[in-house]
Structures are given as structure tokens and as C-alpha cells.
Design a protein around this ligand. Structure first.
Ligand SMILES: [Mn+2]
Length: 421
């Protein structure tokens, strides 16, 4: 027997000013949460799942027109026609008090009680689902102690909309700990509220499936649902299936000192090509973050050149024939460092660079560094892996020289960053 677990669909979630972005595919973004719901239903059918559970925030809030509800009803009717029951709890966004109207759901869908945890037994599946809906948005009480004991002889599934990880990105509603969920003795806890997919525990499973569709650039990567396979009353395997039609990405491009604007554009186009390939037929919404100490920094100081560059990158997806929208381009480059000039400086930085040179040139001083690094490495977990041979050698002159130059890079970056801010 298989069941599908989803949460935080936020169907018809508003766009948050997307129409102000140049060239934004407004319609496609607007319809993405609906398309993800349709894909969720398709996953249920493809996997021949016997049950769909939804752990809150099916809707983003009270809808503006009935089409939002009618679309969801239509999708649930597809599942009814295939004999698939759907059990739903309300979250903070679609709590009982938030929603003004009743939805004409088909009879395969049931919303669990908002006064106390309710148990639905599906005899033919050998499954008991326990869950409680949010009666109102602000629910700060831990609901877990009120959930019933597991029913012997059945596969017990708990549904809960909760901030179980103390995430600061989400309101701390119905907080609880993973330990108390595990202690309840259910086979599977289907959680909702945190939009990032995470398996908090295995044996028994405690799972956030994440939302079904990313809605902005802070919700990056593949989004979807979990497909659980039940054998002998336990969840024997769990698989992620994507449902998203639009994938948000943040791509950092770090330029080298000799890179100019031409290299910047080439590197960005190459990255956009890779992203489009990885998104596998979905629309990609990409934020480019261009960084690094590079020659391009000065060129971009010219306002016209800057605008030309931004527009060239915005137009790149068309050139590439890629289904991709460049959401934003952040040019966060820094000027390259002139080390020779800094070395001659009569200041702390100049002194530092000259001492590093002196150590590098003095074999004895360099080798004595090995002992210091070894002591440091023992005290703290230092990342000392060397690409050349996979392990640190505290007596190697070459390796010590490389570490010394790496330390110089790091110090220069930090000290000059301080000076600028
Ligand atoms: Mn929520």
C-alpha cells in the first residue's frame, strides 16, 4: 500500500509585486501553485496510491473568488473517481477562522476536526490517520500531548501543522519536539508548515515534504511530495516526487581577478544553460549573484556599461533557447587588489604582506609553521585537506607554502573588506 503526503500547497498564493519585474512570466507564475496541485494528483494516480494526506495550508488564505476553491474541488474529484480518499488538516493560513466560505468538496475528502485531534480509520487499508486542524491562525499550543495513542494492528499516521524545528523563517505555531513525536509510537508523522523538505527522523519517519511549488527566490530547488510505501504496518520506503512547474534558483558566479565584463557575460550564459538543462522542462526563475574581485568591477562602474550588461543577461535565455527567466541580477563585484602596491605600503597591510614574504623565503621559518598548524588542527576542526594528495602533511614545504598563501588571500580579503565598510 502506498500513500502520498503533501503540505503547504498555498493554492493561488499572490504574486507579491511580481508584475513590477521586467519580463516576468506573470501568468505562468500565477498559475504555478494550481499546476503543482494537478501534478500532485497525477503523482497519486501514477503511483497508484491508496490515500492522499495534506498537512495544512492547502490554501494561502481566504480566496478572492470561488475559482480557487473550484479548481481544488475539480482536482479532488479526479481522485474520488479513482477511489482515493483525501485527508486534510487546516494550517495557520487556511485555519477555520481564516476561511469565510464552505467548499463543496467531494465525499472522498475529509477535513479533520479543529477542536481536538480526530482519528479516521480506513479499515480496508489497515490505516489510522490522526490529525487536528488549526481553528485559528495563531496557535501557539503544543498539540502533540492531545494526540491519541496508536491503534494496535493498524498503520498509524499523524498529521500535524507545526514548527517542530524552531525554524526562524516560519512562525512558531504548534511547536513540538521530534522526540515527543517519535515517542508517540506512530509509523509516520506527516508534518506541514516548514516549506523546506526535511526528513527529521527515520524509524519512525517524521517528515516535512516542503511545499509543492516554490513561490519566490527564497524557496529554491525542487518542490513536491513524498510517496510512502507501507509493509507490515511500517513505512518501508519513502521517495520524493516533484510537482513543481517553475523552479527558483540562486546562482552565484565568482569572477577571477583577470575577468572583465566579456568573461562575466560568458560565465553567466554558461551557467544559465546548465540551469535550464537541470530544470528538465520546467520554467527556471534565476537570480544571478555576480561576485569576486575582478577587472569587470571598474568597467561596471560606468552606468551605461552596467545597464548594457544587465540587459544582455536578461536577453540571454532567448539566445539560448532556454525556458528561463532571469529574475534579478545582483552585481556585487569588488575591485581587484593590487598586491604589489599594497606590499609597498607603509601601513599594517604592507607590514603583514612583507612578513609573509619573509616567512615564505626562509625555509626554516616555513617548516616551523608545520608545528603550529598541527597544534591548531588538533584544537579545532580545521579543513586542511589538500587537493594534491588528500591529506595534510605538516612537514611538506610545498604544502606549508600553499597554506601560507591561502592565509594571505584570506587575510587580505578580510582586512580590505573591513576597510571598505
Ligand atoms: Mn503554515
Amino acid at each position: 500500500m502506498k500513500f502520498v503526503h503533501a503540505a503547504d500547497l498555498h493554492v493561488d498564493s499572490p504574486l507579491r509585486g511580481l508584475e513590477h519585474y521586467e519580463g516576468a512570466p506573470v501568468e505562468r507564475v500565477r498559475l504555478a501553485t494550481r499546476a503543482a496541485l494537478a501534478n500532485l494528483v497525477r503523482v497519486c494516480l501514477d503511483e497508484e496510491a491508496s490515500l492522499l494526506v495534506i498537512s495544512g495550508d492547502l490554501f494561502d488564505g481566504d480566496w478572492n473568488d470561488f475559482n480557487t476553491a473550484l479548481f481544488a474541488v475539480g482536482q479532488m474529484q479526479v481522485l474520488r473517481n479513482r477511489g482515493v480518499p483525501v485527508l486534510v488538516i487546516r494550517g495557520n493560513h487556511d485555519s477555520r477562522d481564516e476561511m469565510s466560505y464552505r467548499v463543496p468538496w467531494p465525499d472522498n475528502l475529509r477535513i479533520l476536526d479543529c477542536q481536538k485531534p480526530e482519528t479516521v480509520v480506513l479499515e480496508d487499508l489497515g490505516v489510522a490517520v490522526h490529525g487536528m486542524s488549526f481553528p485559528r491562525r495563531e496557535l501557539t499550543e503544543n498539540l502533540v500531548p492531545r494526540y491519541p495513542r496508536p491503534i494496535k494492528g493498524l498503520t498509524n499516521i499523524g498529521l500535524l501543522h507545526t514548527n517542530a524545528t524552531g525554524s526562524l523563517d516560519h512562525d512558531s505555531y504548534a511547536p513540538c519536539s521530534v522526540n515527543e513525536l517519535v515517542a508517540k509510537g506512530y509509523a509516520y508523522w506527516g508534518l506541514g508548515h516548514i516549506h523546506k523538505r526535511e526528513i527529521l527522523h527515520e524509524g519512525p519517519y517524521v517528515v516535512y515534504p516542503g511545499n509543492t511549488q516554490g513561490r519566490h527566490v527564497r524557496e529554491t530547488g525542487a518542490k513536491g511530495c513524498m510517496v510512502a510505501t507501507v509493509a507490515d504496518g511500517e513505512v518501508s520506503s519513502l521517495a520524493f516526487r516533484s510537482t513543481d512547474v517553475l523552479r527558483w534558483r540562486r546562482e552565484a558566479i565568482v569572477l577571477a581577478p583577470e575577468d572583465g565584463v566579456d568573461e562575466l557575460v560568458d560565465a553567466a550564459k554558461l551557467r544559465l544553460r546548465q540551469v535550464a538543462d537541470e530544470c528538465d522542462g520546467r520554467l527556471a526563475a534565476v537570480r544571478l549573484e555576480i561576485k569576486g574581485r575582478c577587472r569587470a568591477h571598474r568597467e561596471l562602474g560606468d552606468e551605461a556599461r552596467r545597464l548594457e550588461t544587465i540587459n544582455e543577461l536578461r536577453a540571454a535565455p532567448g539566445d539560448l533557447g532556454a525556458d528561463l527567466w532571469v529574475e534579478k541580477i545582483k552585481l556585487e563585484t569588488d575591485p581587484p587588489l593590487d598586491r604589489e602596491k599594497l606590499r609597498k605600503g607603509r601601513d599594517v597591510l604592507g607590514d603583514l604582506l612583507r612578513s609573509i614574504d619573509a616567512v615564505a623565503a626562509d625555509e626554516e621559518a616555513l617548516l616551523s609553521l608545520g608545528g603550529h598548524v598541527r597544534k591548531l588542527a588538533n584544537k579545532v576542526a580545521l579543513e586542511l585537506k589538500d587537493e594534491a594528495d588528500g591529506g595534510p602533511d605538516f612537514d611538506s614545504r610545498d604544502q606549508l607554502a600553499r597554506w601560507l598563501r591561502r592565509a594571505e588571500d584570506e587575510l587580505l580579503n578580510r582586512l580590505t573588506a573591513e576597510a571598505r565598510s
